[in-house]
Structure formats: C-alpha cells, structure tokens
Design a protein around this ligand. Structure first.
Ligand SMILES: NC(=O)c1ccc[n+]([C@@H]2O[C@H](COP(=O)([O-])OP(=O)(O)OC[C@H]3O[C@@H](n4cnc5c(N)ncnc54)[C@H](O)[C@@H]3O)[C@@H](O)[C@H]2O)c1
Length: 415
C-alpha cells in the first residue's frame, strides 16, 4: 500500500537542497528495466521511443484504467501490474511516471524510497515544496529524479544557446514566446482544466519553456503575471469551476555579470500560453531580439526558424555555418559610408541586411521522438556512469516548477 510509505518532506527551508545525487556504488544491470506508470496519450508516444533505446527494456506497465493498461501491456506482450506494485517492484530499475501532474510527487517518492530511478513527466510536481522534497529524496537515495523537460534537447535550442554565448549578434535584449495552443483534444471534463490536478497552465505547461530559457540564460525571476478565464461556453456563462484558458508573464534574466549589479538590467522575456484554438490553428512562435537582429523559431517543438538582421561578411559566414539547412536572402547591401551604423550608443559596421531561413529537415513528430529519446538516453548514461554530465538535472526540474509556481501565484493575485 502506498499509504504506508512515509518520506521526509524536507525542512521547508527556502535554501535549495543539495541537488546533484551522490550515486552509491551500484551494479546497474546490462539491460535497464523500465516500468511505466500511467499509460495515457503521452506515455504511449514515449513508450514507442524508449523501446528504441539500446540496453533498455520496458518490462512492466500499470494504469488505474484497466483498458489503458491492457492496451500498453498487449504491445509489450506482458500483463499489466497495479501501480502500487510496479512502483516498488524489485524487477524495475527506473520508473517512468506519466500520470496527471498532481500524482507525480507521491508516485515518484514511493519509487525513490524503493530504490528506483525516476523519470517523471513534467511538471516534476505541482508545488515547489513537493518538487524540492523529491530532489532532496533523490539525492539521499543516490537516484536520479528528473522531469521530462525535452525542449532543451532540441538541436535548435542548442544553436540558439551558441548564438547567445558567442555574442555574434550582440547582446540578447528581449524574448517572446507566444503559444496559441489547441484545446480541441481537451474536453470540458479533462484533468487539464482542473487546477487541483494540473497545477494550472504555468505549472502543467509553462515549465517546458521556463526550462528552455533557463538553459540559455540561467536563473530568472518572474516580474509580473496575469491570467484569463473563459467567460462563457456556447453563450452560457461559466459560473462554477472557472476555465483558466490563458496565462501571461514577464520574467527577467540577468544573463551577464554586468547586469547582476544593475537593478532593472537584464533580458526581459514574455511568455504567453493560451489553450483556445482548433487543432489546425495550433501555433507557436519564439522570438529572440538581439542587438544586430532577430531570431524566430516556429512550432511547439521547433524544427525551423528565421534570422533577419545586419551582418558583415564574417558574421554571415559563421551564421550560415551554425544555422542548419540555411538559405540566405540578401535584403540590402551596404558599401562605403552606408556601412556605418549606431545602436545603443555604439558604432558598428554591417555590409548587408539579410534574411536566413533554417530548417532541421525533420518532421515535427520525428523531432519530438528524437528529443524524448535523447533526454532518456542522457539520464540513463548518468545512471550507468555517474561521471556522465547530464544536460538536465533535478535542480533544473525544480527551478522550472519554482518559476511556474511564482508566475501562477502572481497571476492569481493580479487584477
Ligand atoms: N513531455 C511532454 O512533452 C509531454 C507532452 C504531453 C503530456 N505530458 C505530460 O504527461 C502526463 C500525462 O499526460 P497525458 O496527456 O498522457 O494524460 P492522459 O490523461 O492521456 O494519461 C494519464 C494516464 O494516467 C492514468 N492514471 C491516472 N491516475 C493514475 C494512478 N493513480 N496510477 C496510475 N495511472 C493513473 C490515467 O488512467 C491515464 O491513462 C502529464 O503530466 C502531462 O503534463 C508531457
């Protein structure tokens, strides 16, 4: 029985726990045995990815919905287990938890206490205290426990990180993420709309993009936030259980040491998430404004983007090399004195205004599958060899929840 399991919720101290687990000397079997708890829509997609990983076998599945469990078990030619049994099973090394968000904390804690590694769906937990207590418990148990925050594993996210770090386009000044998402698959009774289960849009969904931006710019603070609820459905007012359908927030990232010492300095980033579109209108855009131009990425798992900005010949060569599948269009050429420009009190020279389209040449779902596999492979490499440095840690998973919960708190108290 899960109810008999207890675990330390932590001291409640605001200081972050020691988050990088000190791995015990353990014998990791040649084939890592993965158990899947929650066999819903996303789990079935992940399952297809994990089955492609070398040295990994999905050896057990569980769901409270017998039909869902049976469907997944049939694919694996096995019998479903109960979630309670799977979480503590001696035959499992890693538990992948793909249940609705409010269950992640209790299920992950149970698995950690039983000595399992945990890969939880995002968010790691729906409160900061719960996320921190999982990270502490993972560290004490010497096990990994991360959320499936796949965005930072996108090769385009890594290219953007290189653009920022190389400073080839000057300072990053501003970011904007606009997410006009579909709600066509989210019926009125879906757990997504129930804040007690989902944690709200920032927590359920926003964590992905808080983590992505943190992978580029480090720790951020939420400056302001707001939300809107659906006023009516089909002309009828929504009186009970308001439907939160849109959230917005502005965050600041210091990004550089100079900015650390300057109040109000740093990169301002706006996030908007709305769940109110038909599936065929589902669209996302991420815009990054640099001193010398602007980068845009499109879609929820971006496969393509554009750059428009001022370049000299060297910069153009480097950009064309860095941006995958790039095609350059020259908008204007500059010669002689017209090369001299100014911005932010500084002179600089440019030889052209260009537009560069870039494309990974992958379908969206192919890339989605790739990032799901890459995240799991990265974590499993660390289980096998603790010297392997992961690209996503417990601290990152907690930090995304921290930003989301703060944005949610501010949004709830906004006018
Ligand atoms: N990483 C990503 O890109 C991504 C994408 C989509 C969804 N998700 C996350 O995946 C999780 C699941 O989302 P979904 O869309 O698949 O939801 P879903 O409703 O389709 O699936 C959830 C499953 O959990 C089962 N379940 C509920 N309570 C359970 C319990 N106590 N024990 C075992 N099983 C239980 C349900 O019966 C259902 O089959 C959520 O946390 C969501 O945020 C992540």
């Amino acid at each position: 029985m899960i109810a008999s399991v207890t675990f330390d919720e932590g001291s409640g101290s605001p200081t972050m726990p020691e988050l990088e687990p000190q791995r015990r000397v353990e014998i990791v079997p040649e084939t890592l045995r993965v158990g899947l708890v929650g066999c819903g829509a996303f789990a079935r997609f992940s399952l297809a990815q994990y089955r492609q990983l070398p040295g990994v076998v999905i050896s057990a599945v569980a769901d409270i919905d017998p039909a869902a469990a049976q469907r997944a078990a049939a694919e694996l030619q096995t019998e479903p287990q109960s979630p309670e049994a799977l979480l503590v099973s001696p035959d499992i090394d890693l538990v992948y938890i793909a249940t609705p968000p409010a269950l992640h904390h209790r299920q992950a804690a149970t698995a950690l206490l039983a000595g399992k590694h945990v890969l939880a769906e995002k968010p790691l937990a729906t409160t900061l205290a719960d996320a921190e207590s999982l990270a502490s418990l993972a560290a004490r148990q010497g096990r990994i426990c991360v959320a499936n925050l796949v965005e930072r594993y996108n090769p385009l996210a890594q290219v953007v990180g290189q653009l920022i770090d190389s400073w080839i386009l000057g300072d990053l000044l501003h970011g904007l993420f606009i997410n006009e998402a579909a709600d066509e698959g989210l019926a009125r009774g879906h757990w997504f709309w129930n804040r007690d289960i989902s944690g709200g849009i920032f927590v359920e969904h926003g964590v992905h993009f808080f983590d992505l931006v943190a992978s580029w710019l480090g720790k951020g603070v939420v400056v302001s936030a707001a939300r809107s609820v659906r006023a009516n459905v089909g002309g009828q007012p929504v009186i009970q259980e308001p439907v939160e359908e849109q959230v917005v927030c502005t965050c600041r990232y210091k990004g550089s040491r100079q900015a650390e010492n300057q109040p109000h300095a740093g990169v301002l980033f706006h996030f908007e998430h709305g769940f109110h579109q038909a599936s065929r209108l589902d669209r996302q855009e991420l815009r990054l404004v640099f001193e010398r131009g602007e980068v845009r990425l499109y879609d929820w798992v971006p496969t393509r983007g554009e750059f428009r900005g001022l370049v000299d010949d060297d910069t153009l060569g480097v950009l064309a090399h860095m941006l995958p599948g790039s095609s350059v269009r020259t908008v204007e050429r500059y010669a002689g004195d017209s090369r001299r420009m100014r911005g932010r009190f500084q002179p600089f020279e440019a030889t052209a205004l260009v537009e560069i389209g870039f494309d990974l040449g992958l379908g969206k779902m192919d890339l989605y599958g790739q990032v799901v596999r890459d995240l799991a492979a990265d974590q499993i490499a660390n289980i096998r060899d603790p010297a392997h440095v992961r690209r996503l840690t417990e601290a990152d998973s907690v930090a995304a929840v921290a930003m989301a919960c703060e944005a949610d708190r501010l949004a709830l108290s906004s006018r």
